[in-house]
Design a protein around this ligand. Sequence first.
Ligand code: ATP
Length: 288
Amino acid sequence: MSYNNFQLQAPAKINLFLHITGKRDDGYHLVQSVMVFVDVGDKIDFAPHDTLFLDVEGPFAGEMPQAHDNLIYKAAQLLAKEYGTHVRGRVNLNKLLPVASGIAGGSSDSAAALKGFARLWGLPDEQDRMMKLAQKLGADVPACFIGKPVWAEGIGEKMMRLPEMPAMHFVLVNPLVPTPTPEVFGRFRNRYSPPIQFSGRRKTMHEWIADLKNYRNDLTDAAMEVTPQIRDVLEALNGTPNCRLARLSGSGATCFGMYDTAEAAIAAVNKLKQTQPRWWVAPANLVK
Ligand code: ATP
């Protein structure tokens, strides 16, 4: 492998909670959320090439849109236009995250693509400029570009890093029913949460869990109307030993369980894989 070749991870995002606090005149929903990233994600290989060559493999490659609709391709085009260069590179996406599943696989690929092409094309390290491009690519892309825990509000564009998170251990479960975000918002009945003040000053995982229990994912009912299997997933997670909290992420259908230790999370994974062999089940640890 040449030293010009490199691999980037596109980590899955989890919304520890997701409040919808209103809607702007232009139709965008106002949110408040803590978004974190975990050590489970897609893998993207980059190598120099004269033109753009995008190959997709992995368990969820078959559910991906045509190359030109791929968010990796869109990121490449936007970046090339911004810096007045042409799109090039050989890119291999190993699609390990389920598609349209509430854990921002596409957004995370897109954020990783901005970083990867910038490195491949030798562009200057300009974080603010890159964040503006990330915003254009999608609401979750700036958070994915940061890739570390953030408190997000507004339409997701106001972000504050949460640097002092404790270790957190999760189990991610998806019933493998694609759940498109627009359909879920279409069923959301505008039952808004009152805005909260959030300081992020919780130290231990127990403090976090106690606090998270006061919050919720406001899209849960709407997502369950689109994908009723979400109810079974939450029930199954709640039924695993030592599960401290089970909740939907984003617009679903992926749900997460939280556990005190990585061992407890792995025990839950083993149990779920036995009882529900058709579901996507993965242990995951917080990226701090
Ligand atoms: P979010 O949590 O941000 O709502 P999601 O996890 O629900 O995201 P994604 O997996 O990001 O959803 O996919 C959203 C849509 O984007 C899919 O319907 C898919 O067709 C399209 N898409 C384009 N490029 C990609 C990509 N590289 N990976 C996944 N989806 C992609």
